[in-house]
Design a protein around this ligand. Structure first.
Ligand SMILES: Cc1cc2nc3c(=O)[nH]c(=O)nc-3n(C[C@H](O)[C@H](O)[C@H](O)COP(=O)(O)OP(=O)(O)OC[C@H]3O[C@@H](n4cnc5c(N)ncnc54)[C@H](O)[C@@H]3O)c2cc1C
Ligand code: SF4
Length: 460
């Protein structure tokens, strides 16, 4: 077999340039012009299309009249991670997709206007909300990602004493560690974390529930628990060669690029990314920006079945990413030193039968194996589930997806509520930051209802 190429890492300067936020924000003039295009529709469809129900015409009107604090408050009131969502929401599928101006001209650029208002709030440092009068009840939140932060923020506004247990060094979940910096720089997510802390919420970072703190302790010490631990890293492919040098888990790979140039030598490299979802696109575009010479996405189905959004697919193509449809990995091959050199693949065809998820099943075509010369393989075939943690809380689940009553977000344990990616799966909903934020809010409001606490605080 061939020898692995000798590759180098990206310089710090090129890394900083390649991983800086890609899309420029609106200028004052362009924001006001854009805001003035809005028709301020009665019964606005854009509000209904936003999972957190932001009053979009209201925040846009406030931009048009120069009331940026009011605008940012309207956004953040409905969505505690509204600054991140301004950057990562698939707006074409949500608010902008529903805008009435799609029929006449261009939809209002709601995402960019949301970013304009929340950027003002970040720069101004002005507080937008205050904590409620203490009500004597304590809630533990497991996980400080969008779902956990959103629940914590709403509970604090209702006067609960809230402690967030976060396994990582920093809170923010995938907004802080998972979504590529050139779409979501880390300081934006950390500002949202700070907003929650400023309401008196304690965030205990570096504490993993189930390892450092037993779930039984939380169940004993708190009046309620919100489980918002998301999902895990990428599962194994289950093929030969996965432990070779140069084979990466896509989430860990992206994570390594969130703060500084990672120690991966990809300059000029040939990279194969296995999968075709959002994480796969992020891993592929990250590879391009780390200097890879050729990046191919290897997917066992066709473009029609890929789960990445259209805008992500277009972005990846623009970045020069290639797509190998109807292709599945068979084994990863390395040289004598243990470095990856080839990915053996097989061509696939779609059978007429549909699988459990309704999509046609891919089947290998006999004798169609071929070798792809590669220097790195990035695996992006979904995420593992926190089944151990869920079982340690004694919760009912289906293959790691926590079962809840959708009306209350209550699990099979009367004290435990769940929100975000930990309840995503089995064809239900979409793993999105905005849905996690909304579910966190819903869990908090259900807890407030349970203890007959009404929201006492208003924006300041
Ligand atoms: C690479 C990638 C790109 C994505 N891109 C987008 C995008 O562009 N737009 C979009 O809307 N969505 C995107 N998503 C999906 C989105 O990030 C998730 O749906 C969202 O972050 C879910 O929020 P969450 O709070 O449920 O989970 P997470 O964000 O995963 O947060 C869970 C938190 O819980 C912590 N935790 C886990 N176990 C424990 C424990 N035992 N004790 C204490 N803490 C624990 C974790 O450390 C983490 O901080 C992307 C996901 C990935 C992986
Ligand atoms: S649908 Fe479009 S035009 Fe109407 S309020 Fe929403 S953003 Fe404005």
């Amino acid at each position: 077999m061939g020898k692995a190429a000798s590759l180098t890492t990206l310089s710090a300067e090129r890394f900083a340039a390649n991983f800086a936020e890609a899309e420029p924000g609106l200028t004052v003039k362009s924001a006001v012009e854009e805001a003035n295009r809005c028709l301020y529709c009665y019964d606005a469809p854009c509000i209904k299309a936003c999972p957190t129900g932001i009053n979009i015409p209201s925040f846009i009107k406030r931009i048009a009249t120069g009331n940026l604090k009011g605008s940012a408050t309207t956004i953040m009131d409905s969505n505690p991670v509204g600054a991140s969502c301004a950057r990562v929401c698939p707006t074409e599928e949500l608010c902008e997709g529903a805008c009435v101006l799609n029929d006449a001209s261009e939809p209002i650029r709601i995402g960019l206007l949301q970013r304009y208002a929340t950027d003002w709030a970040i720069k101004s440092g002005k507080p937008l909300f205050q904590a409620g009068t203490p009500n004597g009840k304590k809630v533990a939140v497991v996980g400080g990602g969008p779902a956990g932060l959103s629940a914590a923020r709403e509970l604090a506004r209702d006067g609960f004493e809230v402690v967030v247990y976060e396994a990582r060094e920093l809170a923010g979940g995938l907004d802080t560690y998972g979504i590529v910096s050139f779409r979501l720089p880390q300081p934006i997510s950390l500002w949202e974390v700070e907003q929650v802390e400023k309401l008196g919420v304690t965030i205990k970072t570096g504490v993993k529930v189930g390892a450092d703190v037993p779930p039984s302790e939380l169940l004993e010490q708190y009046d309620a628990v919100v489980l918002a631990a998301g999902m895990g890293y990428v599962p194994k492919l289950g093929i030969e060669g996965e432990d070779l040098e140069g084979v990466y888990d896509a989430i860990r790979f992206v994570e390594a690029t969130k703060t500084a140039a990672p120690d991966v030598k990809l300059e000029g490299a040939r990279v194969a990314v296995i999968g075709a979802g959002n994480t796969a696109i992020d891993a592929a575009t990250c590879s391009v920006r780390l200097g890879a010479g050729n990046v191919k996405m290897v997917y066992r189905r066709t473009r029609e079945e890929m789960t990445a959004y259209e805008f992500e697919y277009e972005f990846a193509k623009q970045e020069g990413v290639e797509f190998s449809w109807l292709t599945a990995p068979v084994r990863i091959i390395g040289d004598k030193s243990g470095k990856v050199t080839h990915l053996e693949c097989v061509k696939m065809a779609l059978s007429p039968e549909a699988g459990r998820d309704g999509r046609r099943l891919p089947v290998p075509i006999e004798d169609s194996e071929f070798l792809l010369p590669v220097d790195a393989v990035i695996v992006a075939i979904g995420q593992t589930r926190h089944t151990g943690l869920i079982e340690a809380f004694g919760l009912e689940h289906e293959r790691g997806v926590v079962k809840i009553d959708p009306a209350t977000r209550r699990t099979s344990h009367p004290k435990v509520y769940a929100a975000g990616d930990i309840v995503f799966g089995g064809g239900q909903g979409e793993a999105m930051v905005v849905s996690a934020a909304q579910q966190g809010k819903e869990a908090a409001h259900a807890i407030s209802r349970h203890f007959s606490v009404t929201q006492q605080t208003i924006a300041i």
